[in-house]
Write a protein that binds this ligand. Structure first.
Ligand code: UT7
Length: 339
């Protein structure tokens, strides 16, 4: 080994402090406009009863023109930073999980950093409904290795921009909103190992229907997201409980030690099936934010956690299991200490 590569190896092996990470703050932003089932049923030949029974959704929020990706993210991040007790200048990295930022490039995150007067590292990740948990996993690793002291993780969507309002399979499900978390250095462990993965063989069961190239070359107008609902439903019901169990095992706890279960808000029937498979004790609070927020993809988990904390449904300092899953098909799960 040359002197240079020896120096490199020793810098890498000795220069990385290993410390803990925790979520130090969360926040959420829900668009002002509430859209009840009654407002959308005619266009898709559906009913309030069918939507409630098959998905658990009563109403969702649709973002207006003044509620863009950056604005909603900032309004979600502000209370998260306040809870963490830090300023914009303390942010070392901004990680945004979104599939509805309408620019192929650059990412949205640098603009959010700029909003807080920060020139920190800033990038987006595209892992759909699993994006937020991917972000928390990455942020945890960045903090634990000393790469950052405070990472702002945001899950944000304006899914209505990419939803066909006449599509029976998706028009009633998707909603808009933003959720944010700050991941900070900690004296005690606060984020368990992330269990994650993907299944590219099922790449097309939730996807933007046409590539940007097709849209352009075939003059297709505007792309929307399509979903093979039953296929995704079965994958989530049978595939995600084992992932959640692995996240519990990796964190060294059993289901009865949990203080909250905060799964991605895709369908209340998926949530109920997971509760059974995980054999969660009846008194564990479970996120059911989908009833009033719909499926907000990357934003759903932090929004649900924010609501549960605000309503004092879950104990600060307790343990929550969170799991995101969706297009990819991608998933990520971890146990976290509730901030
Ligand atoms: O966030 C990313 C991950 N996404 C998910 O996890 C979503 C997973 N999928 C789902 O949540 C469910 O598949 C849906 C809620 C999307 C649909 O529920 P489903 O129970 O799978 O409905 P289905 O597609 O099997 O349709 C059942 C029946 C059909 O009628 P028949 O053939 O039984 O007479 C459909 O034609 O319901 C009918 N139907 C509707 N009826 C009223 C389908 N869509 C609608 C509708 N309104 N919007």
């Amino acid at each position: 080994m040359s002197a240079t590569s020896k120096g490199f190896a020793s810098a890498l092996s000795s220069g990385i402090p290993t410390r803990h990470a925790r979520i130090s703050g969360v926040g959420g932003y829900r668009p002002k406009r509430i859209v009840p089932n009654a407002e959308i049923v005619d266009r898709i030949n559906s009913s309030d009863e069918w939507i409630r029974e098959r998905s658990g959704i009563i109403e969702r929020r649709w973002a207006g023109p003044d509620e863009g990706i950056i604005e909603m993210s900032a309004w979600a991040a502000e209370p998260a930073l306040a809870m963490a007790g830090i300023e914009g200048s303390d942010i070392d990295a901004v990680v945004m999980a979104t599939v509805s930022w309408p620019y192929q490039t650059p990412a949205a995150a640098p603009l959010l950093a700029e909003h807080f007067g920060s020139k920190a590292a800033a990038f987006d990740i595209s892992a759909a409904c699993a994006g937020y948990c991917h972000g928390i996993g990455l942020a945890s690793d960045m903090v634990r290795t000393g790469r950052a002291d405070n990472v702002l993780v945001v899950g944000v969507e304006r899914l209505t921009d990419f939803t066909d309002k006449d599509d029976r399979g998706t028009a009633f499900i998707f909603g808009d909103g933003a959720g944010a978390a700050v991941v900070s250095a900690s004296d005690t462990p606060g984020i368990g190992p992330t269990i994650w993965g993907s299944d590219g063989a099922q790449w097309d069961v939730i996807s933007q229907r046409e590539s940007w190239i097709d849209v352009h070359e075939k003059d297709l107008g505007w792309p929307t997201i399509g979903m093979a609902g039953q296929t995704v439903f079965r994958w989530a019901v049978w595939g995600m409980a084992p992932v959640a169990k692995r996240a519990l095992e990796a964190a060294g706890i059993s289901a009865d030690q949990l203080d909250a279960f905060i799964p991605h808000q895709a369908n209340v029937r998926i949530i109920d099936a997971m509760i059974k498979q995980l054999k969660l004790p009846e008194d564990i609070p479970v996120a059911r934010d989908i009833a009033y927020t719909g499926n907000t993809s990357a934003a759903s988990i932090p929004l649900a956690m924010e609501r549960m904390i605000r309503h004092e449904e879950i104990p600060r300092g307790g343990l929550a299991l969170q799991i995101g899953f969706g297009a990819g098909l991608a998933y990520a799960a971890q146990v976290v200490v509730i901030p």
